[in-house]
Design a protein around this ligand. Structure first.
Ligand SMILES: [Ca+2]
Ligand SMILES: [Ca+2]
Length: 423
């Protein structure tokens, strides 16, 4: 009987235990729900979940997403956005909350573009028949202002292939699809008129002066604002006195060409003190020291060669084509270029009665001058300059000179048709 009662009590107690558990679960659930609710309330109390920004605005600061002052708030590193590109950017704001610790709060930045582009058309657009195809729509515009990327397109189809006049409509559309249309007066032109060249007159310069071929020359064209101007100066040798032809060639964008020719006079620099008697006296004084009785003409030519090489310092100075002036410079100043050396030697050789003649390299970026001498055995090369590698070209056979020139950057390639046979 007692056993039966215990069992009954035990049965009676069971439901009491279950309800306690349910109660605890309910209390916990309410607490958790309350916690979430509280957290949600807390979180939404900190940030605006959606922020709208017109494209082109300044970069928004994190504070613009916050409902309250929060010194420690910042965008997470992967929160990137471009205020020039419309779109919905999912961003995360990092925030250190007093109760909840470090929080990552999701927000959305909506970059919108509601402003149509501001478009300025060209007052007139010219297209030339030489420009094949057709222009791009943007070529017809003077300016476009918009916060976002834009594209321009012709609103219709226009014929740029034949001469004529028409208005072309161009529509500019921004990244959000806002657009603006302008109408542009177009002319398709066949330019057949060559540019006009003016101010072409004979020129004269002294050796060593800078030559300005185009200082007084102007070119104008009916359509091309900047026609090209070339000057053909290939006939001019600035190292040699003379009058040379020059030709101006102007070309417009359509390829029409016009030409105008004139001349340039190259005048030698002349040293006033370099009179014939002064220069001969200077030469004779030097010769009296280097020429001894009994020397052959070849020995004498060598003595002159050695004096010039040893006593005139090479200097890249202005060319001096006047024989007496160049020799004066060589003997008095003892400095000069290949012309000064060659002409100093020439004056001395003349005083000694040794046959000689000037020979010149085919001019490329620079010229070079030396002599041929004939002491009764025919012509030989005679260049009273120490070459860059130290070679001394004294009384060289023609074949040796060519071998040297061909292996040393064409130092002495000359025009064979202009000179007598060289040994
Ligand atoms: Ca826009
Ligand atoms: Ca023209």
């Amino acid at each position: 009987m007692q056993k039966a009662k215990r069992k009954q009590r035990a049965r009676q107690r069971k439901p009491a235990k279950a309800s306690k558990i349910i109660l605890i679960i309910t209390v916990c659930a309410a607490a958790i729900a309350g916690g979430f609710f509280g957290f949600y309330k807390f979180e939404s109390g900190i940030v605006y979940k959606e922020v709208y920004l017109e494209a082109g605005s300044d970069m928004p600061d994190v504070s613009e997403f916050l409902k309250r002052d929060a010194k420690d708030a910042s965008f997470s590193k992967d929160s990137t956005f471009d205020t020039q590109v419309p779109g919905d950017y999912k961003l995360t704001i990092k925030y250190k909350a007093p109760l909840f610790g470090s929080l990552s709060l999701p927000v959305t930045l909506h970059v919108t573009d509601t402003t149509a582009p501001v478009v300025e058309a060209l007052p007139e657009y010219l297209f030339f028949t030489y420009q094949e195809g057709k222009p791009e729509a943007k070529d017809l515009l003077a300016s476009v202002t918009d916060a976002t990327k834009w594209t321009a397109a012709f609103s219709g189809s226009y014929d740029f292939s034949s001469v004529g006049e028409f208005n072309a409509e161009v529509t500019v559309t921004d990244a959000a699809g806002n657009n603006a249309t302008v109408s542009v007066p177009c002319k398709v032109i066949n330019d057949t008129t060559a540019p006009t060249i003016s101010g072409v007159e004979p020129l004269a310069v002294s050796q060593g002066d800078t030559i300005s071929y185009t200082a007084n020359v102007t070119v104008t064209d009916d359509y091309d604002k900047n026609p090209t101007l070339e000057v053909d100066t290939s006939a001019v040798n600035p190292d040699k006195r003379g009058i040379y032809n020059i030709t101006y060639i102007a070309t417009d964008a359509s390829g029409n060409k016009s030409e105008a020719s004139t001349t340039i006079q190259i005048k030698s620099m002349v040293i006033a003190a370099a009179t014939e008697s002064t220069v001969n006296k200077m030469a004779d004084d030097i010769l009296s020291e280097i020429i001894t009785p009994g020397m052959s003409q070849l020995d004498e030519a060598r003595a002159v060669f050695d004096w010039v090489v040893a006593n005139i310092t090479y200097s890249e100075t202005a060319g001096i084509d006047d024989l007496l002036s160049a020799a004066y410079k060589g003997m008095y100043n003892r400095v000069g270029d290949c012309t000064v050396k060659q002409k100093t030697a020439e004056v001395m050789l003349n005083r000694l009665g040794i046959k000689n003649m000037e020979i010149e390299k085919i001019r490329d970026t620079r010229g070079h001058y030396w002599l041929l001498i004939d002491v009764g055995e025919g012509w030989y090369h005679y260049d009273p300059n120490a070459q860059l590698d130290g070679s001394l070209i004294f009384y060289w056979h023609d074949e040796d000179l060519w071998n040297y020139s061909n292996t040393h950057g064409n130092t002495h390639n000359y025009d064979k048709s202009k000179y007598p046979t060289i040994q």
